[in-house]
Design a protein around this ligand. Sequence first.
Ligand SMILES: [Zn+2]
Length: 927
Amino acid sequence: MITPGAATTAAIGSLVLTAALLVCAGSASAEPRFSFETTPGKLPKDVVPKHYALRIVPAATYDRFDAEALIDIEVARPVPAIVLNAAELNFNSVRLRASRGDETSLTPSFDPRRETVTLTPASAPIAPGSYRLGIEYSGKIGKHPQGLYQIAYKQREEGRLAEKLMLATQMEPVQARRLFPGWDEPVFRATFEIVAVIDAPLTAVSNMPQSRVELRPDGRKEVSFARSVPMSTYLVGLFVGEMDLLEDSVDGIRLGIHTVKGKRARARYAMEATKEVLHYFNDYFGEPYPLVKLDQIALPGGIVGAMENWGAIAYNEGRFLYDPGEDSLRQQQGVYGIVAHEIAHQWFGNLVTMAWWDNLWLNEGFASWMAGKASARFNPRWGTPLRDALWKDQALSEDARRTTHPVQTPVENDTRAMDVFDAITYAKGAAVLRMIEGYLGEDVFRAGVRGYVRAHRFSSTTTADFWHHLSGASRQDIGKLVAGWTEQPGYPVVKVLQRCENGAAVVTLAQERFTLNDPKAPPLTWNVPVILADETGARRTVLLERDPRKLRFERCGAMLANAGDTGYYRSQYDDRSFRRLVPALSRLPAPDRLRLLSDTFALVQAGRADTTRYLALVENLGAETDRTIWEHVTAALRFLRELIDSPGEQAVFDRYVARLLETPFASAGWDPRPGEPADTPLVRRSLIEALGRAGHEAVVREAQSRFAARAQRPIDPAIRPAVLNIVGRYADPPTFDTLLERMRSAIDVADKWEAQSALRQVRDPGLLRRLMELMLTDELPPSDAVFNLTHIGDDNGRVELGWQFVLEHLPAILAKASPRGRPHVLPDAASAFTDAARADELIALTRAHLEAPALYQAEKTADWIRLKASVKTREARRAIGWARARLGPEQAGTREIPPPLPVRERPSPRSRREGVEQGKAQFAAKQ
Ligand SMILES: [Zn+2]
């Protein structure tokens, strides 16, 4: 699964306590290999499901469904009752028929908190044997992506906008129990046969191909799907709607991509990517994709990322469709990456499944690593490892805080499973795999992966199973070597100390645990493969264990650790070595430039270096052209800017940022130049965005006039999000209305997101209030509304205003949020604060308004706010002082920049996207 949460979270509370216990147990691999009986979970293991036959009949209103489940079960020993999962289901009847034929009815007793139901016979216990459990029931179809849900979207029909609905499912982690009663824990594998009764003109897609379609006298049809392979409940998928189909095949596997009407052509790129990676994976794993077909569905809403349902992968169309004429390279790269990730899951997760959520990284870390590998292999010019390095950086940041957790983290309660979908599970997991692969070599590593997949296909595993196969392939005890990376929280900083002896260098390497704000963290060590490179480019790999190591190089000079950025750690150089690296910066390969910048900034955040060291490094970038590096730098500058409280000083820092970025922007320019590198448009977008944020007058004016002239000259898609954000930031009421119309009339998710992002930038307090009040209405899908409300403060810098609005309307906003999203409401709205008092307020409010499990997210954000508060005490003055000194007396005054006036527009739509607002006008006329 790809979720927005995967990018922004870490852990606390009970998880941290159990993590501390794990640490005490030492770093040697402590986890046993998979066994069904000892796998954690809340359901008893003496009754197991073998097969589900499900018949789902959605009501015409799409708000509820009727259903029947026939579940074949095996009872291993006499049990007083059968316990399984069910959430918000109403049972009409429950029958249990033994294989010899006698039938009894069972009485259900629901436990809504545990999301279980206990089925009890009238008299004697249930004897061991095979049974068929028959349940007639009904359930809800909601608007949040949980279980079976509806997606509302707009579609252009004969020049008008029509309102449409489709049905989709989202089961992971624990939502299948909202569609059918069952054993909703990953270790309970069973086969499925699904029947859906739907309106005849609609299409239904599920995990398996359709096996029969029968028309009924009432105009509906009954669609039956073939019996599935044995799989976990969280992988079940069912989608119903008016859809277009794009078909193809690869290696004998039938491929289908379903989009809403009219969008099929934009799925062609995803189809090409699918063929490429599916073929590659068939070869890599040595175990072919096991189903006869693979469908992919581009949803016009619902989930924000993607879900790897076996044979029926679901995506938000905003991350899946790609139009070469209208979309950016960034979109194209994103599509490739997400397709590769979800298809990798067909092996890592679907074919071989983690036994329990504590080993989620076996799904997500592996799929993330594999997606990066495939993307880099087939698109060598995209700089995929660098993009992944930015993601790794996010994990390195979360993993250095007080609230971190090990990759393998105990999840004692399945309703808390969602908490582990974070950057540590995904990006640290992937980075650790990359590090091990780099250490063992690609061939040995692949042999281990193949052995693992072959041995555990259609079964479950723990991490110990993977180490076992890797040990077999490499003939060394891999668990002992690497388990510290997955069983311990955090990571080391490698200290590099260089001493010159008669011109030769003696380099001492030593490690200690790196934290941003947790000086009392248990002192751990890791086995770190360190790759050192000297000025001549000579590289040496050493395994740094607990004790420091000394190495000799022929010559003194610049010495780089973690060369190639394949390691998951930070490096800290002695002053002299650092000074040697600064002038060498622009000559280093891009991954090393990024690593040096990022490590230096992390050292600043941790209080191990000061801001001026980082800013000096940035000023040394010269004619840097790499987009990931500018993305890192602009994010770091934004972090520093947030620490400055006074508006006058903010303006000084803004002017410094504007001046700093003018140089690279002068070489990127506004418009594509013939023969420019493919990445340049992405650099352009980052710099325009940052310059707009800093209030650079010429950039703001140009963005506004490009927006005004968009009908005559469509805005280059590569920079359009940045241009719209600037336009939104300085919008007056008419411009605000135009953006609002753009959002309302968008028929593509990507356009809607773009318009919403622009609206969230609005600085004018009156307009901001209008926007937030609109979000309280039912106009937008509830998850969009909540997202906008809780991110407005962060996006436009008016954190206090956004926060107060959220507090004023907290009950209404919490009611709008999904149960899964509710714990994020307050933390998201508070995350841009930089005062410790706000952290306390966040915790107090969470305790007052939410249930205990929500504290987990609040603690993480509170820790982040406190971290920023402590960096502020140390660094805010230094950053301002540096900016003043660089600007010179004329520019360093605390004059604020008045917002430029918007340029008026000249409408006359031309392209598909620029036609969006026209479509809205026609829609209004129809009303
Ligand atoms: Zn995933």
